[in-house]
Design a binder for this molecule. Structure first.
Ligand SMILES: Cc1ncc(C[n+]2csc(CCOP(=O)(O)OP(=O)(O)O)c2C)c(N)n1
Length: 361
């Protein structure tokens, strides 16, 4: 890892909007700080391995990496309770890990294996772990947003004190489904936190080129309180979400958060890192100065919470965990061909005819 650096406020968030903490480490125990670092390292190493496995043909189909956005996943999901719903888009490997889904089950899913979290039928974009309230992995931009409203409604109907958290990229805020869902969430005051991970680009399109307003202004029409947080600062992100989760759990109604972040890789594994829509210099500048892992690492070095040696041990442990996930995925069986006919709406009956809900079609 490279050495530390002093960092200016690169998030673009005016200082007056930031959480008013003098010392970002304040209130965190050493073990909480190290755990957040370990999580982000796991996410990074997992994604690097997925990248490698994709390059050698072990993973097929689409594969969108979250490298550069680890602070967003660790900072927002860690404050949730394990029974709170999580629903998200297709850049979700690390969000599943943050929820506690076994890295081996996630890697096996990427490999399309029967031991994967969706039995190898979902792949990279459709990781599900319903027993852990991880409600997927959705490939249609904005498609998960109405589902989150449904989860919020179910929570309210059953009188539970759970929260539903819904992630989306900034491009999703131009979708009609986004507006319908926010409107319903506001009318019924549903316990949903809508999280826009703004990594600046929807595929090759800078957000500013396709939006008449800023992301943070998008919930104003529905009077849902909005806030902005710098996702590259995991501690700030954690504190921000800790407060929001509490407010929503206590019946405060929906919230809307823009997490400012940056994607260090291409849109997906089939796209170049920079392409024609952003310069190599921009990407290398962000990688050097706005890496959530380096930022926390340097804070922990400076506060004597972490030594270089302890970091190397932690990194080695995380690498071993990821290697085990790859070995598991490699050795796992592919789904049986009979599985082609399960988990679909229509099924084939014993006469070879399609049926649905027990009726012939
Ligand atoms: C309804 C719909 N339209 C278009 C696409 C094609 N598409 C896939 S990803 C993407 C960009 C989405 O960007 P963003 O929501 O910002 O998420 P990010 O990839 O940056 O995480 C588009 C347009 C799609 N999947 N669904």
């Amino acid at each position: 890892m490279e050495s530390g650096m002093a960092r200016a406020n690169m998030s673009g968030i005016p200082d007056h909007q930031k959480d008013p903490t003098d010392d970002p480490l304040k209130g965190f125990s050493d073990s909480e700080l190290l755990e957040l670092l370990r999580k982000m390292l796991l996410f990074r190493r997992f994604e690097e391995k997925a990248e490698e496995s994709y390059a050698i043909g072990k993973i097929g189909g689409f594969c969108h990496l979250h490298i550069g956005q680890e602070g967003s996943a660790a900072g927002s999901i860690t404050p949730l309770r394990s029974d709170d719903y999580l629903v998200t888009a297709y850049r979700e490997h690390t969000q599943a890990l943050a929820r506690g889904v076994d890295p081996s089950a996630v890697m096996a899913e990427l490999y399309g294996k029967a031991s994967g979290s969706s039995s190898g039928k979902g792949g990279s974009m459709h990781i599900f772990a319903v027993d852990q309230a991880f409600m997927g992995g959705h490939g249609i931009v904005g498609g998960q947003v109405p589902l989150a409203a449904g989860m919020g409604w179910a929570i309210k109907y059953r009188g539970e004190d759970r929260v539903a958290m819904c992630f989306m990229g900034e491009a999703a805020v131009n979708q009609g489904a986004f507006h319908e869902a926010l409107n319903m969430a506001a009318i019924w005051q549903l316990p949903v936190i809508f999280v826009v991970e703004n990594n600046e680009y929807g595929m090759g399109t800078a957000f500013g080129r396709v939006s008449a307003t800023k992301v943070e202004e998008r919930s104003a029409a529905y009077q849902i309180p909005a806030s902005v947080v710098n996702g590259q600062e995991v501690l700030e992100t954690y504190r921000h979400f800790e407060r929001l989760v509490k407010e929503v759990r206590e019946g405060g109604g929906p919230r809307f958060v823009e997490v400012r972040t940056y994607r260090f890789r291409g849109h997906s594994m089939s796209d170049p890192v920079s392409g024609t829509y952003r310069s190599k210099a921009e990407v290398s500048d962000q990688t050097e100065t706005n890496d959530p892992i380096k930022i926390l690492r340097d804070r922990l070095f400076a506060a004597d919470v972490l030594s270089q040696e302890a970091l190397e041990i932690m990194d080695q442990e995380v690498r071993s965990q990821v290697d085990e996930a790859v070995e598991f995925a490699d050795a796992a069986p592919v789904p049986d061909s009979s599985e082609l006919y399960t988990n679909v709406y229509s099924q084939i009956n014993e006469h070879g005819r399609l049926f649905f809900d027990g009726r012939d079609r």
